[in-house]
Design a protein. Structure first.
Length: 451
């Protein structure tokens, strides 16, 4: 190779290396240079880290600047900031984001929370990203000890939700830790097109009302790859929510993954197209649950629970259409939220309770179109697992349906015919052509299909 070519090749190599190194240095610089033109640092607007002072006003000023410019508000690493209740409002310019590298902690004085139910709210902010790997700490212990659920002699006062997203479209919440909320940790209210991922949400097992993720009136939302362990529902989905997905979720402790409650106070509730896929629930008081009050109306339909592992879970699979929050029975009513087209597929693991599957459906509005496929739940204590069904319509056709209200020991004699019309028959267990709805085994319950 001519000397000139060698020199030229070396120059190209050094130039390429220098260019790559420059990009690397620039990227690293951008990670730490929080005062660049594209970002605004809360310290530059008066926030003082790690001294216990009130940083609310400084955060508000920083937000106003970031929102107006479409910039990134930055909460620096290794810093703790204290906030009173605050509302970050839009609309903002595109590409506004909120990066939490450090810790945001709730203000210690309960008297500062004049508007109960709110600590941090993002309202009407579109095309918005919250991330950073930092911590949002609700410091809820002072609220829990004053909860009427903990101390029955105290009046019930609404504790604040840690973070509320209200009316936000095209929202991403990623790689943030939420802990010790006074009440709920994360609430999505009337949002559209939401992606939440890599969240870690924690609170003590007996902390009251500390739901992990609460979804209300929201459409097109996916939560993925998240770990949630609290004193209440890991995920709760309530009225007005449609096309909701939860994938690769680890839940426990807590009250499981819930749709509801729905229809409280004789209200309308509408939920549809929910898919929970690849979840692991450990030590929770419920597994996957749908619950509604008597007297409500509307629907919960097209719901799938797929590929779920249960470990020492009480009430692994439950539908409760007669939900009641008092000790005595609630009066029977003639209306209910209609629950239909629910699929449970490939659900395995252990139940901490004898009743592994419970469908307590409404007498007035029975459950319809319930399918169980490849469900095997054994006892955590090497005993028997059972199922109870109440007011469940099986294989309905025009003018014909079966209403099941049986104990599991009776269900072994109920069969489903194999013809294409899917008519339900009640032949004895010695019949040759039909196959059982439920296969009963000592130490385990394996429903084949209910439809």
């Amino acid at each position: 190779m001519p000397p000139q070519s060698v020199v030229l090749s070396l120059l190209i190599i050094f130039f390429s290396f220098g260019l790559c190194l420059g990009f690397y240095i620039e990227d690293k610089h951008n990670e730490t240079n929080y005062s660049s033109k594209q970002s605004v640092n809360v310290n530059d607007y008066g926030a003082i880290a790690n001294d216990g002072s009130d940083d609310t006003e400084a955060f508000e000023k920083t937000w106003n600047e970031a929102c107006s410019r479409g910039a990134t508000l930055v909460v620096p690493k290794y810093s703790v900031y204290n906030l009173k209740p605050v509302k970050f409002s839009g609309p903002c310019k595109h590409h506004t984001s909120f990066k939490v590298y450090g810790t945001i902690k709730a203000w210690h004085d309960i008297s500062a929370y004049k508007h109960r139910g709110l600590w941090i709210m993002f309202d009407n902010v579109n095309n918005f990203v919250v991330n950073g790997g930092g911590v949002i700490n609700g410091d809820g212990r002072k609220w829990w000890q004053n909860s009427c659920k903990v101390n029955k002699t105290l009046p019930c006062k609404q504790a604040p939700t840690s973070v509320i997203f209200s009316g936000c479209n095209n929202l991403k919440v990623k790689n943030v830790k939420f802990k010790n909320a006074p009440q709920m940790h994360l609430r999505f209210d009337k949002c559209f097109n939401v992606k939440a991922s890599k969240l870690v949400i924690t609170a003590p097992e007996h902390s009251p009302n500390t739901d992990g993720v609460h979804i209300s009136g929201t459409r097109n939302m996916n939560i993925r790859n998240s770990v949630i362990g609290t004193g209440d529902d890991c995920i709760s989905i309530v009225s007005g929510s449609h096309y909701i997905g939860a994938t690769d979720i680890k839940c426990g402790p807590g009250h499981g993954i819930n749709i509801g409650s729905l229809g409280a106070g004789n209200s309308e509730a509408l939920v549809s197209n929910v898919i929970v896929n690849r979840a692991t629930l450990t030590g929770s008081t419920n597994g996957v649950r749908i619950k509604s009050w008597q007297g409500g109306f509307g629907y919960a339909k097209n719901i799938k629970f797929l590929n779920i592992a249960m470990r020492n879970v009480t009430n692994p699979i439950i539908i409760d259409q007669n939900y009641c929050d008092r000790k005595g029975p609630c009066p029977e009513q003639d209306s209910a939220v209609k629950i239909s087209n629910v699929v449970y597929k490939n659900i395995t693991g252990t139940s901490a309770s004898k009743v592994a599957i419970k469908f307590d459906c409404s007498k007035a509005v029975p459950c319809k179109g319930i399918q169980l496929k490849d469900v095997t739940l054994t006892s955590e204590n090497n005993g028997d697992t059972t199922a109870t069904l109440s007011n469940l319509l099986v294989a309905p056709r025009p003018g014909h349906s079966w209403r099941l209200s049986e104990e599991v020991s009776r269900l072994s004699d109920i069969w489903r015919s194999s013809d294409k019309s899917k008519n339900c028959s009640a032949e004895p267990s010695g019949g040759s052509s039909p196959r059982p709805l439920l296969t009963l085994k000592r130490g385990g319950l394996s429903p084949n299909n209910l439809a």
